[in-house]
Design a protein around this ligand. Structure first.
Ligand code: BG6
Length: 476
């Protein structure tokens, strides 16, 4: 279904994110017929280039990052693009940009720039009369560096826009399988009655990456895995897995429930967190070389044990881990159920647990480990077998046409649907929980544990679960 006609201005329109994700994503939506005839996209950046040069730049970017395409369709899409050079901190270009905007269409402004420019852009959008109370602004992560800076950003943005106009992106929320978490939990009768401390032994959330931080060292070394991944993406996954059923699939209904989870998180004892940093191997430099800081103590890996103090989850630990340069790219959530209260088959049948694994990427799907009798005459021996579903196999070609995270989120901006965007108080609550952990590391002069590139992370991360008599699932 096509969205309403729109003018989308992308500040930072020549930047990496715009070229790799935003514009190729918009092209795919265009290809699938979701972008109406009257849609226009205007790149805005400091570079003094003309429309033609911008169009050429984006043509190359879409050809490289947009997947297979028909050249005629690409021509038509490129025809929708325009460019204006603007000075984010001064007056240059703003009148020009204003003259390109049309009345009677949705106006959205995407801040694909560093947070230090958010305030200047917001002020000029209002000051030069480009934005009104119906316009929308989209802001990228990182949304601040800590609680104080996130608060300051919220204050600045709200000086110029209402909360209903501000779309804070966490691209994990735009992933098909992340939304599927809600469908699985709240669309089925089967799981929800068991989704609590009475039946769940623990939950594991893993976001493992194989990529290193080469090329992004300047940013990454000041952030680390805790700020770059846990405070936002893993926190969002945790919220969706742990929250109470919202009354409706509507922005505030969902976000209220997520916020309650973050607020119910207990402070984390530092013994329950392991930080790691990947080392060099024979063929590749290690983290410190990548960030060009031989003494860096920033973590490229973090594993932790969390607890949520509420009626549903008291007593059920949540184990989270994420890192770069690990054995495989694998993101999944595993819900490990408790043992049956009594085994009628006696001790020789062993202990068996149901595990529901939701694979977020790659090979999106779900597996439910079920205990059955081992076939054959050997008596009542039990084995665990997977009830396995890969979305690609189950849904066939339909599974291929799913929009990627950015495409979906941008279309949601145009539709005016904030459900998959973070509200200001949510981001602040996540920082309020993260800050003391990071401050604790700084105060203690904590040094991350080294780990081999291509491994599952530092030994200590394995111990974090072993000492509780539990085990991480393999990263494969
Ligand atoms: C980004 C982080 O937000 O998410 C990156 O800054 C990380 O460090 C990326 O690699 C992971 O996203 P995805 O979609 O590849 O899982």
């Amino acid at each position: 279904i096509p969205v309403d006609p729109f003018d989308l201005v992308i500040f930072g329109g020549t930047g990496d994110l715009a070229r790799r994700k935003i514009l190729p994503g918009l092209f795919r939506r265009f290809n699938s017929g979701q972008m109406p005839e009257e849609a226009r996209i205007i790149g805005a950046a400091r570079s003094d280039m003309d429309r033609q040069a911008f169009q050429n730049m984006i043509r190359e970017a879409v050809a490289e990052f947009g997947g297979p395409h028909d050249p005629e369709a690409l021509d038509e899409f490129i025809g929708r693009l325009d460019y204006v050079a603007v000075d984010a901190m001064g007056d240059g270009g703003w009148e020009d940009l204003k003259s390109k905007l049309r009345e009677g269409v949705v106006r959205a402004f995407y801040f694909s720039v560093g947070p230090s420019l958010f305030g200047a852009l917001a002020e000029r959008l209002r000051g030069f009369g480009l934005a009104d109370d119906d316009s929308r602004v989209v802001v990228e992560k990182p949304f601040g560096h800590d609680l104080a800076s996130a608060r300051a950003l919220n204050v600045t943005l709200r000086e110029h826009f209402h909360e209903e106009q501000i779309y804070r992106i966490d691209h994990y929320l735009g992933k098909e399988t992340v939304q599927n978490l809600m469908a699985v939990r709240f669309g089925n009768m089967l799981f929800e009655p068991l989704w609590n401390a009475q039946y769940v032994d623990h939950i594991q959330i893993t976001v493992a990456e194989t990529v290193d931080v080469g090329g992004r060292g300047g940013y990454y070394d000041k952030s680390g895995a805790m700020r770059d991944m846990v405070q936002n993406h893993l926190m969002q996954l945790l919220c969706l897995i742990a929250m109470e059923p919202p009354a409706r699939f509507e922005p505030d209904s969902v976000r209220d429930e997520k916020l309650k989870v973050i607020r119910a998180l207990d402070p984390v004892d530092y013994h329950q967190i392991v930080r790691g940093q990947y080392e060099a191997d024979d063929s590749q430099p290690g983290y410190r070389a990548h960030v060009d800081n031989p003494r860096s103590t920033t973590e490229s890996f973090v594993a932790m044990k969390l607890s949520i103090s509420n009626w549903r989850w008291a007593g059920t630990p949540f184990y989270l881990r994420t890192g770069k340069k690990l054995r495989a790219r694998a993101s999944e959530i595993a819900v490990v159920f408790k043992d049956a209260p009594h085994s009628i088959f006696g001790p020789e049948a062993g202990t068996h647990r149901n595990v529901l694994t939701i694979r977020l990427q790659p090979n999106e799907g779900m597996t439910l480990g079920v205990t059955i009798k081992e076939p054959g005459p050997g008596g009542m021996r039990l084995i665990d077998v997977p009830l396995d579903m890969s979305f690609a196999d189950a849904l066939g070609p339909d599974a291929e046409d799913v929009p990627d995270a950015y495409e979906r989120l941008i279309m949601d901006v145009i539709r005016g649907n904030q459900t998959l965007f973070m509200r200001g108080d949510e981001v602040e609550a996540a920082w309020a929980w993260t800050d003391p952990i990071i401050e604790g590391w700084t105060a203690r002069g904590d040094v991350p544990k080294p780990y081999d590139a291509g491994s599952s992370g530092p030994e200590d991360a394995l111990m974090l679960m072993h000492k509780d008599g539990r085990k991480w699932r393999d990263i494969r």
